[in-house]
Design a protein around this ligand. Structure first.
Ligand code: FES
Ligand code: ZN
Length: 312
């Protein structure tokens, strides 16, 4: 198999582009996709300091590696969730990567914010799916950190597969409000919320795996053990089987939506008014924000449990 660009021995074939690439040309393809996304969506410039959410997984590690290599100023932020060996390994990976590349990194321990590790919290709040609880907690503490530290942009490694799966979930449930604003660049709706960007939204999981392999970028290969039942994995499976039969389906689905479909939902949508949480002062659509409501439930659960053990 020959590289479609230069004719050298190819290293991979990308069916959705109907092209094969050697290592150098693949790197060029990959990095042009990222730069194209950053420019097209006006995500950030080299004058800005980009905060990157680094979980230790392949996507965020590849993003951190690339942005640093391309000369962007970055700081990594990692949320330590306390999920046993999985969290320990993830933290080690981001710490040693930061050290070996001379990068700045901040670790936020979820227990410092909610008084429990994530597995403890999921046991107490059984009515919430672990990933949804984790998502709400992480969103809050990451945004709070970003705002307090003066970061104006927060980047994540979400890729085409992630975004297409989210889109499928939003369509299946007709989440009109989410469809109206699903975008790889979410502007800040409130002075206490940073804007959020996803520079990998045009790259597939497979392409990111090629990139991390090519550059020996360390990452944790296992999935989070709490995410096993996540709905998004089912959506990915469906999309992968469609992709297998018709390469390019995921790309058409997501990019077609962003270019042509989203506008119809956006027209129908009025963004909710944001005010400040009565307890913590962070933005919310209700009197008390989702995070403070989680804290309250955790506290109430603790009271219930101690009343229960006293009556035994
Ligand atoms: Fe959040 Fe696993 S990383 S539930
Ligand atoms: Zn609050």
């Amino acid at each position: 198999m020959k590289c479609s660009r230069c004719g050298k021995e190819a290293f991979t074939k990308l069916k959705r582009h109907n092209a094969a690439f050697c290592k150098d040309c693949f790197e060029l393809f990959f990095e042009r996709q990222v730069e194209g996304a950053i420019r097209r969506k006006q995500m950030f410039t080299k004058n800005e300091h980009v905060l990157i959410g680094v979980s230790g997984g392949k996507d965020s590690m590849a993003l951190w590696y690339y942005l640093h290599k391309a000369g962007y100023k970055t700081t990594g932020v990692h949320v330590f969730l306390g999920i046993g060996r999985y969290s320990e390994e993830s933290r080690k990976i981001v710490e040693s990567f930061a050290l070996s590349h001379g990068l700045s990194l901040k670790i936020l321990n979820v227990a410092d914010f909610i008084g429990h590790s994530l597995p403890e919290a999921t046991k107490k709040l059984k009515e919430r799916a672990p990933c949804s609880l984790c998502g709400s907690i992480k969103r809050y503490i990451l945004n709070k950190f970003a705002v307090e530290q003066g970061f104006t942009v927060y980047a994540t490694g979400h890729n085409l597969d992630d975004e297409a799966a989210t889109l499928l979930g939003n369509v299946l449930h007709w989440h009109i409000d989410y469809l109206a604003h699903q975008d790889p660049h979410l502007p800040s709706p409130h002075p206490k919320m940073t804007r959020k960007v996803k520079p990998f939204y045009t790259l597939t999981e497979e392409e990111i795996i090629h990139y991390v392999t090519l550059h020996n970028i360390p990452f944790i290969p296992e999935r989070c053990p709490l995410s096993i039942k996540a709905k998004s994995l089912d959506y990915k499976e469906v999309l992968n089987s469609l992709e297998e039969k018709s390469p390019g389906t995921k790309h058409m689905f997501l990019l077609g939506f962003l270019e042509k479909g989203k506008q119809y939902f956006a027209r129908e949508y009025t963004p909710p008014l944001l005010r400040e949480c009565e307890r913590c002062g962070m933005p919310t659509t209700r009197d008390i924000c989702a995070f403070c409501r989680i804290l309250e439930k955790l506290r109430n659960q603790g009271v219930k449990n101690s009343a229960h053990s006293r009556s035994e």
